[in-house]
Write a protein that binds this ligand. Structure first.
Ligand code: PEP
Ligand code: MG
Length: 325
């Protein structure tokens, strides 16, 4: 099957009924980068910058960060790369950082919350990213944004750093696009205000689903209790895709959902045209799309999501569709 997927590498990802789907890869370390060439992916849809911090024995210096980001952009060779600023705290701990006792770390002082309260760390990371992208495009997202004001503050930090670099005569990126990781359900009720401000969004369905159902993604007793193919989850995801469309902004889904063929099919059916996958999932998901009649599955999904008759999950319907077409 691996050779079979390799044969698909240079084919564009277009469904049988002619809809183009843009497939990117999730990455976090230099070793992930050869996968771009192996799969023929359109770019890096999520680069998790905290991985460099998690495998280090002390805070990586700005220079070391800069070196990594530059190598990532070099390896992407002009394809877009979405860098996520540090997502630490919660399940992502740094061995050399004093751990703070929190009763609910996933809901605690983490990600952009920590970044805004201790802006020194975020500033130096943003500076490293801006410098690494000298003459190229930089795409940035902030993790765990729960209110549009947090995005405003984070973007202000980016603007300050740009001004600083300009004043000191450093080279600047050709352009800078700033967005959010959409993974906290409160944003579902601020979508228009959010999409007015951001340049693009990336949906973190791992956390979004965890918070939507109040079910710990890392706890096997509850992690699989609620189906992301239930109308509740799919309607939440669809509201995001619809808002992006209304505002003419790009949205990518980069959670694990996109890496499973049946789930990826459902995401395309509710309007997602850009997905970011783990490298191992690339071949199977691409093969599924090449063989898909998207119009037919969208027509199946639409009435099921309207909720006229309640169903627990669309999974059996989608499975039956996938097996019979
Ligand atoms: C997510 O939350 O869906 C996501 C892609 O990020 P992470 O798994 O790193 O939290
Ligand atoms: Mg997340």
């Amino acid at each position: 099957r691996l050779e079979q997927y390799a044969a698909l590498r240079d084919m564009p990802t277009v469904t049988r009924d002619g809809v183009a789907i843009d497939l990117h890869l999730n990455a976090g370390l230099l070793v992930d980068l050869p996968h771009i060439a192996e799969t023929g992916a359109s770019g890096i849809g999520l680069f998790r910058t905290e991985l460099q911090f998690m495998i280090a024995s002390a805070f990586p210096r700005t220079n070391e960060q800069l070196k990594l980001y530059r190598s990532v952009l070099d390896a992407a060779d002009g394809r877009p790369v979405v860098f996520r600023t540090l997502d630490i705290g919660g399940d992502k701990v740094l061995p050399y950082m004093r751990a703070i006792e929190e009763e609910n770390p996933a809901l605690g002082w983490r990600a952009i919350r920590l970044g805004l309260d201790r802006p020194g760390l975020l500033r130096s990371q943003v500076r490293a990213l801006l410098r690494a992208a000298n003459g190229r495009e930089l795409r940035l997202i902030f993790p765990m944004v729960a209110a549009v004001e947090e995005f405003d503050k984070a973007r202000h930090i980016v603007e300050r750093e740009l001004t600083h670099l300009r004043r000191h005569g450093h080279g600047l990126p050709e352009r800078v696009l700033v967005g959010v990781m959409l993974e906290v359900p409160s944003l579902l009720f601020q979508l228009d205000a959010l999409f007015e401000r951001i340049d693009f969004a990336s949906v973190g369905s791992n956390d979004l689903v965890q918070f939507l159902f109040a079910a710990d993604r890392g706890n096997p007793r509850v992690a699989d209790r609620f189906d992301p193919l239930s109308p509740a989850a799919l309607n939440a995801l669809k509201a995001i895709a619809d808002a992006a469309e209304r505002h003419g902004k790009q949205v990518t889904l980069c959670g694990e959902l996109a890496s499973r063929p049946l789930e990826a099919l459902a995401l395309a059916a509710i309007g997602y045209r850009k997905l970011s996958l783990s490298p191992a999932a690339y071949g199977p998901v691409k093969a599924m799309f090449l063989d898909l009649d998207l119009g037919a599955v969208a027509a199946l999904v639409e009435p099921l999501l309207k909720g006229e008759t309640h169903i627990a999950s669309l999974r059996p319907h989608l499975k039956a569709f996938a097996e019979t077409t």
